[in-house]
Design a binder for this molecule. Structure first.
Ligand code: SF4
Length: 255
């Protein structure tokens, strides 16, 4: 099975509950959302070469033409991973990897064959596609996107958007899952509470990470400490484990 892959590299996870673990990242091209704070705009495109990192952190790359076979990516992972143990897992990320569910399923099954766990990073909207691959996934790092974070059409239905996230969570809960909300400076307290309440209806034990959006350029508004702490309090009225974790890989200067 083929898919357009933007890059394959080895690094540390910089977000969410698994921050700091070593992973091989497979970043697919294409995304079905349009977030105002998107930090991977290149991967939202549908085309481009597949970049393969030549040495961890060295920023040297080889390029191959897209789309690439899952089998090719698995050979690359096998070389990078250098056997089980050195890497915690393979992170399948994007863009939105569930635009390519059959590729994800083949990649995930192959990663297990190499002795690696599979960590899926997703925007949490493609419910049927998740259902088709969940048997191959170990950990779901699911974003619950706030309606205010979307550049959307006039007909955008915020309630349906949240409902789809919660339908997605219902399936993700078959495996280990945490939910991440990226909070930009214009996020609204009520929508953060809506997400927390929606998660709690399924289980108050699902961890929620509030991730302040990293300003993309000097002068862009950052989320203030007072807002973050207030939003954490609001979410904690509904959930037992609410953490505030920034994008740590940005601080370390790694990918
Ligand atoms: S879901 Fe991710 S890749 Fe897609 S637009 Fe939002 S931040 Fe960018």
């Amino acid at each position: 099975m083929k898919a357009p892959v933007a890059e394959v590299f080895s690094s540390v996870q910089g977000e969410g509950l698994y921050v700091g673990v070593r992973q091989v990242f497979v970043r697919t091209y294409g995304c079905d959302l349009s977030c105002t704070y998107c930090d991977t705009p290149a991967s939202r495109a549908q085309t481009g070469p597949c970049r393969i990192e030549q040495a961890p952190g060295a920023d040297t790359w080889a390029e191959v033409a897209n789309p690439v076979e899952a089998e090719f990516v698995l050979r690359t992972i096998s070389t990078m991973a250098d056997g089980p143990g050195r890497h915690h897992s393979v992170s399948i990320t994007g863009g939105e990897p569930l635009l390519h569910p059959e590729f994800v399923a083949e990649l995930a099954a192959g990663a297990h064959g190499l002795g690696l766990r599979v960590y899926l990073e997703t925007n949490g909207q493609r419910v049927e596609e998740l259902a088709s691959v969940i048997g191959h996934i170990d950990i779901v790092a699911m974003d619950a996107k706030l309606p205010s974070s979307q550049v959307h059409d006039p007909g955008f239905d915020a309630e349906a958007f949240l409902r789809r996230s919660m339908d997605f969570l219902r399936i993700a809960r078959r495996k280990s899952v945490f939910v991440k909300v990226i909070c930009a400076a214009d996020a609204r307290e009520a929508e953060i509470e809506d997400v927390a309440r929606g998660i709690a209806e399924q289980s108050p034990d699902v961890p929620l990470v509030l991730q302040p959006a990293t300003p993309r350029y000097r002068g862009e508004d950052a989320v203030g400490a007072a807002e973050l702490l207030r939003w954490q309090d609001v979410a904690a009225r509904h959930l037992r484990d609410v953490r505030v974790i920034p994008q740590c890989h940005r601080m370390m200067g790694v990918r």
